[in-house]
Write a protein that binds this ligand. Structure first.
Ligand code: SF4
Ligand code: SF4
Length: 76
């Protein structure tokens, strides 16, 4: 998440089906309140689609998660 670009609009929170995004009281350098990502992201990309400021790069999280799963499955 490129939180320096976040504008604190909170649009990402309600679109997250598993509810793993929540707004915090933390602020970035521009003074906008920031969302936090909790455990349980499914990589659905809804947040990336709705965010007007391109904060989310879900494909990276997804790739890393899938890589980890593959490694587990392969017993590595
Ligand atoms: S990609 Fe993850 S954080 Fe974003 S909306 Fe989907 S489950 Fe929520
Ligand atoms: S939708 Fe984007 S800009 Fe709005 S709070 Fe979420 S991360 Fe920040």
């Amino acid at each position: 998440m490129a939180l320096d670009r976040c504008k604190g609009c909170a649009l990402c929170v309600p679109v997250c089906q598993p509810g793993v995004l929540e707004m915090t009281t933390e602020r970035n350098a521009k003074g906008y309140v920031l969302p936090r990502l909790l455990d349980g992201c499914t990589g659905c990309r809804a947040c990336a689609d709705v965010c007007p400021d391109f904060v989310f790069e879900v494909y990276r999280f997804g790739d890393v998660e899938h890589e980890a799963e593959h490694r587990q499955e392969a017993g590595r």
